[in-house]
Design a protein around this ligand. Sequence first.
Ligand code: BGC
Length: 421
Amino acid sequence: MRLSRRVAALAVAFGTMFATVACSSTEEPGAGSKKVEVFTWWADGGEKAGLDGLVGVFKTDCADYEFVNGAVAGGAGSNAKQVLASRLQQNEPPDTFQAHAGAELSDYINDDQLEDLSAQYTEWGLGNAFPKGLIENLTVDGKIYSVPANIHRANVLWSNKTVLAKAGITKDADTLDGFFADLDKLKASGVATPLALGKDWTQQMLFEALLISKLGPEKFNGLWNGGTDWKGADITAAINDYKKLLTYTNKDRDTFDWTDAEKLLMDGKAAYQLMGDWEAADLDAKGFKDYGWSVFPGNGNVFQWLADSFVLPKNVKNAEGTKCWLKTVGSATGQAAFNQKKGSIPARTDVGTDGFPAYQQAAMGDWKTATQVPSCPHGSACAQGWQGAVGSAQGKFSADGDVAALQTALAAAAAEFGSKK
Ligand code: BGC
């Protein structure tokens, strides 16, 4: 998929805005450079801790090379992706960048921006290391374009145990009705905004979790592969429930990143937050221990997955150094060091549970038995054009609450982007 004019304009604007960040991380490595610029959005907290774990292994296994941190802060790559688009457009790629497995990766492949890594998969014995389904999400026309670092789960409800206890909530709700009843109990106990929420992509996540409960996994998958009609009455009903859910959230949500919403939970101003399991790592990194987790009410045994992966862009300054980074990312040691701190689980199937926090040990078990569905804001279900269209529609809805307008916009986005995967 080509860059739309809007995205291209944004890319230029962000490129200027972040020029300092980008330049300082690519300081003229020159020919024979030992520097490997790794571009991510893992700048703080648990995300940085995970990256540091991986860098530790890289320093040992790739001692000839020097890691250069090209991170651009902002949850889910909200800033990083714009900077990256600008750099790729100007043919100034970082040596490697973080990209989500699935449709989002296809954006870069279709734009001919990535090298084929099939030979490295053979050389490093990666062909059988990852689940078959995941490999399919990294492959186009028989060529494989990235090395997955992890599997994250998106549909997790995090909670502040003390706030729940004060409201007399002793058990996790497993239906939407039960969840609404608990939210009412929390309001009655004096928690004005029991459900912490952030801006655009975090709202997409909450809405998707609700859609999984309302539609079930098969129909939810159909939203992304054309099998489910976005104009249906079941979607109208889901949007109405979502509108009700928003009444329990903080009004300043549209200005919040996920970590701002997380702070409401940590400070006891909210009881719940729907967020991917990078939140486990972040709460741990921040020393907050009073948290619980459960799958979003009504999601049953559905595991909404996404995966971070790393690529070798075309025309990089240090392809050999990048290959060493990618080998580290794909190695069992690299995956253990990274995932133990990142909240995710290894993409490799041969890494044991030893050394992993309790949350990830549970997630490793769930991953084996759960029904898998993808995520749009985190790229496994849809590419960046579609993500952007849904994000703006939901941002508008957050302000005006117009159910019919949201449904029309979601249907239009599916019609425009659904066929271009
Ligand atoms: C990434 C995660 C990251 C999260 C929040 C997701 O899109 O896959 O690695 O922790 O965004 O920034």
